[in-house]
Write a protein that binds this ligand. Structure first.
Ligand code: DGL
Length: 271
C-alpha cells in the first residue's frame, strides 16, 4: 500500500505549486498529477459543475491506484471537497483549511485578507475556517480573476501583472490587513510581485506549504508513508492533463526542475 502514489489535482498548472511543496517535504512519495487544462478556469464556474469535474478527476486517479488525494486547488477545495469526500474511502485533503490555520495563527491585528477566484471568495469557506480559529478575526476577501490567465500565459514578472496586483490589493491594504492568504494555487507564483506591493508588514500565507505538512502527518497517522524507500530514491512522478500537454509540460518542467517532463493527455469526460 505504501508504495502507491498520491493523486494531486488542479484545474491546470496552479496545483503544481502544491506538488512542488509535496516533493520538497515528502521526497520519497510518488505523485500522479492531473491538471484539467481543457476546462480551466474553474474559478468562475458553479458548485455543481466544479463538483462534477472533481468527481471525474477522482475517478480517473482511482484507475491509477493512488493511496490518498490532495485537492491542489482552492476552488475545488472550497466548493466540492466536503461533498466528494462523503463517497470516498481513501483519505483526501484540500488546501483551504491548512491555509486558514496558518493565517489564523499568524495574524496579530486580527485582520486577514484572502485573495482567490470568484468562486472561492463567494463560498466564504476561508472566512468560516478563520472564524472557527478566532471569531474576532475580520476577513476581507477579494477575487482576482485575471491572475490565473496571467500566470497561465507566463506573465509572472511583467508590468501588466504588477499593475493588476496593485489594483486588486489596493482595497485590502486600506483595511490594514497584516496577513494575506494566497488563496488560489496559481498565486504563489506571483509571490514576489505580491510581496513588493503589500510590504514587509504583511505576512503572505502560501496554503501549499501547510498542505504538504498536513499530508505528511496524515500519511504517518494512517501508516501510509513510503518509508521503505532506499537512500537517494527518486520517485518517478506522472503527469496527466486534459489538453495542451506540451504547454503544460514546459511549464511544469521549469517549475519543478524535472528535465524531459512529458504530460500525457486524458479524455477526462470518459470518467
Ligand atoms: N488553481 C485554482 C484555485 O486554486 C483556480 C484556477 C481556476 O480558476 O481554475 O482556485
Amino acid at each position: 500500500m505504501n508504495k502507491k502514489a498520491i493523486g494531486v489535482f488542479d484545474s491546470g498548472v496552479g496545483g503544481l505549486t502544491v506538488a512542488k511543496e509535496i516533493m520538497a517535504q515528502l521526497p520519497d512519495e510518488r505523485i500522479i498529477y492531473f491538471g484539467d487544462t481543457a476546462r480551466v478556469p474553474y474559478g468562475s464556474k458553479s458548485e455543481e459543475t466544479v463538483t462534477r469535474y472533481t468527481r471525474q478527476i477522482i475517478r480517473f486517479l482511482m484507475t491509477k491506484d493512488v493511496k490518498a488525494f490532495v485537492v491542489a486547488c482552492n476552488t475545488m477545495s472550497a466548493l466540492s471537497l466536503s461533498t466528494v469526500e462523503k463517497d470516498l474511502t481513501l483519505p483526501i485533503i484540500g488546501v483551504v483549511e491548512p491555509g486558514a490555520f496558518v493565517a489564523g495563527n499568524a495574524t496579530k491585528n486580527k485582520k486577514v485578507g484572502v485573495i482567490g477566484t470568484e468562486s472561492t471568495i463567494r463560498s466564504g469557506l476561508y472566512t468560516r475556517c478563520l472564524k472557527r480559529i478566532d471569531p474576532e478575526i475580520e476577513v476581507i476577501g477579494k477575487s482576482c480573476p485575471l491572475f490565473c490567465p496571467l500566470v497561465e500565459e507566463g506573465l509572472i514578472d511583467d508590468p501588466v501583472t504588477e499593475e493588476m496586483a496593485r489594483r486588486y490589493l489596493f482595497g485590502l491594504m486600506r483595511q490594514d490587513i497584516d496577513t494575506l492568504i494566497m488563496g488560489c494555487t496559481h498565486y504563489p507564483l506571483l509571490k514576489k510581485t505580491l510581496a513588493e506591493i503589500v510590504g514587509e508588514k504583511v505576512t503572505l500565507v502560501n496554503p501549499a506549504y501547510e498542505t504538504a505538512r498536513e499530508l505528511r502527518h496524515l500519511l504517518k497517522r494512517l501508516h501510509l508513508e513510503n518509508e521503505a524507500a532506499p537512500a537517494h530514491y527518486k520517485p518517478a512522478h506522472d503527469f496527466y492533463v486534459s489538453d495542451s500537454a506540451e504547454r503544460f509540460s514546459e511549464f511544469a518542467a521549469k517549475l519543478l526542475h524535472i528535465e524531459g517532463l512529458s504530460a500525457q493527455i486524458v479524455n477526462i469526460e470518459d470518467y
